[in-house]
Design a protein around this ligand. Structure first.
Ligand SMILES: [Zn+2]
Length: 88
């Protein structure tokens, strides 16, 4: 029995290929739907605020934070509380 997702993918489990496909894309080519105003925007066309430790992507229509990526000592954290969907 596999211990984690990496073991399942390397073992050729067909169910885990969906996860592998879902996270092997160019994020700048995706579209994102705002959870507040329902606007769909191309992620690559949106402005990014922040600095070396975090990036904030905001809705072009209402200014809500759609996505927040942070670099921590333990790794990366991606928060998407302000997004309803990501299309790719
Ligand atoms: Zn919005």
């Amino acid at each position: 029995m596999a211990d984690n997702i990496a073991d399942l993918i390397l073992g050729g489990d067909p169910c885990t290929h969906l996860l592998q496909e879902a996270f092997a894309f160019d994020i700048t080519l995706t579209k994102i739907r705002c959870a507040v105003c329902d606007t769909v925007s191309g992620l690559g066309s949106l402005g990014v605020d922040g600095g070396p430790l975090q990036a904030l992507v905001k809705c072009a229509d209402c200014g809500s934070v759609l996505m927040r990526a942070r670099r921590t000592q333990k790794g990366y954290i991606l928060e998407m509380h302000g997004a309803r969907h990501l299309y790719f």
